[in-house]
Every structure is written in C-alpha cells, then in structure tokens.
Design a protein around this ligand. Structure first.
Ligand code: GTP
Ligand code: MG
Length: 386
C-alpha cells in the first residue's frame, strides 16, 4: 500500500529531462511514517498529454537501438547447443509412427541441456499436441515447434525486456551471487543510459572490500556517471541510505543536481546465506525509504555459464527482494542458455539484458526469438534451401 502511494507521488508523467522539479511533496501525502521528502512530479507542458517519461522512452530507445550482435550471441549458448546437437540427430531419425519414443528422447536431451525437468516436459507436451493435431509431421516441423515453444515460454508473461523506469530519480538495485557480473553490468547500464543523455548516479553498495569501490569508480569514469560515497566495512544499507539522503538534499537545492537514474551495486552473496540475504532485503528497504515506490527495478544478475543452479538462485533472491527481472551475463562464453528458459518459465521473470563481453558496449536487450534461434539454429542445408 505504502509502495503504491509512494509510486504515485514519485512518478513523473511528463518529459522530465531538463525540467525543474518545482515542488517537494510532503511526506504525509505518500503515506510514509518517516519524514522523507519525495521528488514531486513535474507539470506536463501545456497542450502536451502526459506521455511516457524521459526514462521510459529511453528504455525503449535503448531496446530498439541495440544491434543484435548475433555471432556473439550464438557463441554464447555454446554449451547448451553442444548438448542440443543430439536434437539434430533425433530430428534426422524422426519417424512419425514412433513419435512417442522420439519425444521421450527429446525430453531427456532438453533436461541434459539445462532446461530442467518441468520446463522440458512443458516443451515436449506442446510438441506432442502439435503431432496430435497434425501440425508437426516432419523433423523440420519439430525444430520449428521447439523454437515456438521456447519463445512462448520466454514471453508468456509479456515481452517486457525494457526497463520500467518511472521515478525521478528511478532506482535500479542490482543483486546476485559472487562474480556473476553485477558491477560490470552496473557500469554497462550506466554507460548505455549516459550515452542517451541520462544523468546517472552510482551507489557503491558493495562495502565488503575496497576493490569493489575502485572497480565501480573506474566504471563511473568510463560511463561519465557520478559515484557516491563509499565506506569500507560499513553496513551497505546505511551507505545506500546516506547516499540517497545526500542526493535528495542536493536536488532540493539545485535542479541541476537532480539525477535521472540511480544504480545501486551490491556485494555478491550466496543465495543460501540467510543473514546476507536478510541484509539485501534491508538494502532494498533503504532505497524504498529514501525514494518511496523505488526501486523501479530489482534485477538479478545471473552468470550464463552456471546451468540449472540459476533456478535456485533466482528463487532465493526473489523471495528476499522481490525481483523484477533478470540479466544474463557471459553469453559470449561457454554459456548454458537452456537454464534461463526454466527460470523465466518457473518464476515468470523477464530477462531484461544479456551481457556478451567485458566492455561497456557489451550489453544487449534480450530478444526471445534471437535466443531461440541461437539455441536451435537452422542447419546449413535448410538455410541454403530457403
Ligand atoms: N566474458 C564476459 N565477462 C563478463 C561479463 N560480465 C562480467 N564479466 C566478467 O566477469 C568477472 C566478474 O564480474 P564483476 O562485474 O566483478 O562481477 P560481480 O558480480 O560484481 O562480482 P562480486 O562483486 O565479486 O560479487 C569480471 O572479470 C568481468 O569482466 C560478460 O558478459 N562477458
Ligand atoms: Mg561487484
């Protein structure tokens, strides 16, 4: 309740870029028991209907602009594809009269390629339906049906791969296990949005080690973003709160100090470490307390090479901080993309971005069709026949 009230207060309807935030909404209006001030929505320019905000539009632009770097994406599903090579063999030997046997084999192959038993069964059931209704007859029909089933699972709860940013500033909390690629992803997102003209602020929420701050500071230089104050060994929730408080005071005084986007980096933690997960929930609360309705996005960074363990990670992180989406990194390596289908299917969380390298440019919006295509590329013969 408090959150939705807060969101209404914090969200800005108009094209906010460059506009002065004239009023500070009183805290009571937002239903908060804490005396926090909230960024008020700017007035919509006269004659202009309240459309999507600057950041909302930006999320879309970034999605549209990204040129699909197909080669790297293809390389990125290599581990899964290696195993899915068996699908090609199965398709080559496909006989409609023995379809039950073939579908059982297909299910096993999908499980071995990290799709997980539940999701593998769902996919195979869809193909079975296709066989029964006469839509799937040949081996090639299976390939088409497989891709369609995967795209369907990946998009069942909408194709919301763009970031949903509504507040000003909009806050994005980045979480994940150790070494998943969180800090790198924070840097890449800052770079992407900065390039489009957004004013980005980074919060060094990994207080565990000084090197984490140095790494983020380096990204802030590359991305042209400002970085907040770091305190090694301090409680991360306190550092987040302190930084947001300082931001609020600055923007209250000077509109030029108002940021569009705040990205909060956090320390890596094992999803099974209860105390650390509790700490993460407090980090999220620190963001909501300072900016009611925020974070607009809480994103789990998953190392694409992890395999099905990512499902357990996603479940635990979701429980602790209510995730809004996933970012899949290291798809340029020996990634095991099959598992992500399972995570999306079972948790209903969209994949927002994929990481395909270590540089600032190596972040792409997720596209379900390209992903399915990467998992089951058409055979060279089929491509030539087209
Ligand atoms: N190849 C490749 N490497 C990546 C990608 N994303 C991150 N990395 C690398 O993975 C390593 C770990 O990345 P970090 O961003 O430090 O990961 P982190 O989750 O912040 O790590 P901790 O803070 O220690 O938990 C670094 O060497 C990154 O350069 C990616 O998409 N592709
Ligand atoms: Mg880090």
């Amino acid at each position: 309740m408090q959150q939705s009230l807060g969101r209404r207060c914090a969200a800005g309807p108009a094209s906010a870029r460059g506009k002065t935030f004239t009023a500070i909404a009183p805290f009571r209006a937002c239903g908060s028991r804490r005396p926090v001030k909230v960024y008020a929505a700017p007035e919509a320019p006269e004659g202009e209907a309240a459309g999507p905000s600057f950041l909302q539009r930006l999320g879309r632009v970034i999605k549209e602009k990204a040129a699909g770097d197909f080669d790297r994406f293809f390389a990125g599903t290599s581990k899964t594809r290696e195993r899915l090579g068996l699908v090609d063999e199965m398709i080559a030997m496909w006989k409609l009269e023995d379809y039950e046997e073939s579908l059982e084999e297909l299910e096993e192959v999908l499980i071995s390629a990290d799709f997980g038993p539940k999701t593998a069964l769902k996919i195979v059931d869809r193909i079975r339906d296709g066989v029964k209704t006469g839509k799937v007859k040949s081996g090639d029909d299976i390939r088409v049906a497989l891709k369609a089933a995967i795209v369907e699972l990946l998009t069942a709860r909408g194709r919301s791969s763009e970031l949903k940013l509504q507040g000003r500033p909009a806050a994005v909390l980045i979480v994940g296990v150790n070494g998943a690629g969180k800090t790198t992803t924070v840097g890449k997102i800052a770079y992407k949005f900065g390039k489009e003209g957004a004013k980005v602020f980074l919060i060094p929420g990994d207080t565990f080690r000084a090197a984490a701050n140095e790494q983020l500071a380096e990204w802030s230089r590359r991305a042209g973003a400002e970085i907040g104050t770091f305190r090694e060994g301090a409680r991360p929730q306190a550092v987040i709160a302190q930084n947001l408080d300082a931001l609020r005071q600055r923007s209250g005084k000077d509109a030029a100090d108002t940021f569009d986007l705040v990205l909060v980096d956090t320390a890596g933690r094992l999803h099974t470490a209860y105390k650390l997960m509790e700490e993460l929930a407090l980090c999220r609360a620190a963001v909501s307390n300072a900016l009611p309705g925020q974070p607009d996005e809480t994103l789990l960074v998953l190392d694409g090479t992890t395999g099905l363990n990512m499902l357990n990670q996603a479940k635990e992180f979701n429980e602790a901080v209510r995730l809004s989406g996933l970012i899949l990194t290291k798809l340029d390596g020996t990634a095991r993309g099959g598992a992500v289908v399972s995570v999306v299917d079972q948790l209903g969380l969209p994949v927002k971005f994929i990481g395909v390298g270590e540089t600032a440019e190596d972040l792409q919006p997720f596209d379900a069709e390209s992903f399915a295509e990467a998992l089951f590329p058409r055979s060279p013969a089929a491509v030539a026949a087209k």
